[in-house]
Design a protein. Structure first.
Ligand SMILES: *Cc1c(COP(=O)(O)O)cnc(C)c1O
Length: 391
């Protein structure tokens, strides 16, 4: 019955595109993991501040469970809106510098929920070509007309805005830090364009939350552009170390989402242990800016080291550092060779990246020791040279 699936899987295998799950047998301190019996430096994690293992988050999760239970018991609008949700949302609004915020179970669900709530058939969405898959899925599900613009190409975006007759609603959506390239959205230009052409602007700060900005609030905060963004979206599953997504903005936007975002309405509220961990993480982000400063410094050192060795790190400016390889096969071989030498880094292939632009992506964390990162850099450079990957 499933023989067609066999064929498709075989076709993926033939193109070096088949993916397989691998078991992480143990999560170790210092941003390390044990996989296949081997201890590896984990350069693939989104736990950018090393908070997932922080004892303060563990304790807060336990305390919240003891006080409120392991599950919320219902969806938010039924009877799952605990005092703890109310408190965390107020803290998130303060963290983002907005009137209000609303939690979703994941960042994926936040994007699905907010885009489908606000946009529908007849409306028009302008989306950066490298936006995250959850944004693409939200757009598809919304039924709005989609215009994708080339990555960070503001001249092209302006042209499309000019040529597109005013739909009922117009929404520009962009990641702030792009998950594949580690580069930044041109936010000043985006704010200017959305004002000039009467559009809303939505910013997905999944990889910037806890990392950029004087308070860790993200790119909009870093640039003083909080008020220029209509819809702030972020996740608690990356630098904040646990799970969940959120949308922050004006009170009336959040009230509207309570009524219209189906991925908020028709699912069980986030569980108390996760909320406890989020509260502890927000407190740490506020009190320990040194974590994100060190992450940015290490990112810069790492990137410069790779560039000096002749690697193409694209336009990365963050803790996410890609190394462009090209073919799927060479990228897989490079990642496999690094793994043999103790480094866990993902090979990104189409459809995640355009054909012929496969790459290995390194994600740094404040959990990593400086010596481990210096050692990793040396290993990557040596391996790349041996494989003929450097210019
Ligand atoms: C990871 C990610 C999401 C989804 O967040 P989850 O909390 O993992 O569901 C959304 N947008 C971007 C840009 C992401 O990188």
């Amino acid at each position: 019955m499933f023989s067609e699936l066999d064929q498709e899987l075989a076709a993926l295998e033939a193109q070096a595109l088949r993916r397989r799950l691998q078991v992480v047998e143990e999560v170790l301190p210092g941003g390390q993991v044990r996989v296949g019996g081997q201890v590896l430096l984990n350069l693939s994690s989104n736990d950018y501040l090393g908070l997932a293992l922080d004892p303060r988050l563990l304790a807060a999760a336990q305390d919240a469970a003891a006080r409120w239970g392991v599950g919320a018991g219902a969806s938010r609008l039924v009877v799952g809106h605990l005092g703890l949700h109310e408190a965390v949302e107020a803290e998130l609004a303060a963290f983002k510098g907005t009137e209000a915020a609303v939690l979703f179970s994941t960042g994926y669900m936040a994007n699905l929920g907010v885009i489908t709530a606000l946009m529908g058939p007849g409306d028009v969405i302008f989306s950066d070509r490298l936006n995250h898959a959850s944004i693409m899925d939200g757009i598809k599900l919304s039924g709005a007309t989609l215009h994708r613009f080339p990555h960070r190409d503001m001249a092209k975006l302006e042209k499309i805005l000019q040529q597109t007759p005013g739909g009922k609603r117009r929404l520009i959506i962009t990641d702030s830090v792009f998950s594949v390239d580690g580069d930044l959205a041109p936010l000043w230009d985006l704010v200017a364009l959305k004002e000039r052409y009467g559009a809303w602007l939505m910013l997905d700060e999944a990889h910037a939350t806890g990392v950029l900005g004087p308070g860790g609030g993200g790119l909009a905060q870093a640039l003083g552009l909080t008020a220029g963004v209509d819809i702030h979206m972020g996740t608690l599953s990356k630098a904040l170390g646990s799970l969940g997504g959120f949308v922050a903005g004006e009170r009336r936007l959040i009230d509207y989402l309570h009524n219209r975002a189906r991925s908020f309405i028709y699912t069980t509220a986030l569980p108390p242990p996760v909320l406890g961990a989020i509260q502890a993480a927000l407190a740490i982000v506020k009190q320990e800016p040194e974590k994100r400063l060190r992450l940015q410094q290490e990112g810069g050192n790492f990137r410069r080291g790779l560039q000096a060795a002749g690697f193409d790190t694209l336009d990365s400016e963050t803790q996410i550092v890609p190394v462009l390889v090209g073919s799927n096969e060479a990228t897989l071989k490079f990642a496999a060779a690094l793994r043999q030498r103790g480094l866990m880094a993902v090979a990104l292939r189409p459809p995640t990246v355009p054909p012929g632009r496969a790459r290995v992506r390194f994600s740094l964390s404040a959990a990593h020791a400086s010596e481990d990162l210096a050692q990793a850099l040396e290993t990557i450079v040596k391996t790349g040279k041996e494989m003929g990957l450097t210019a």
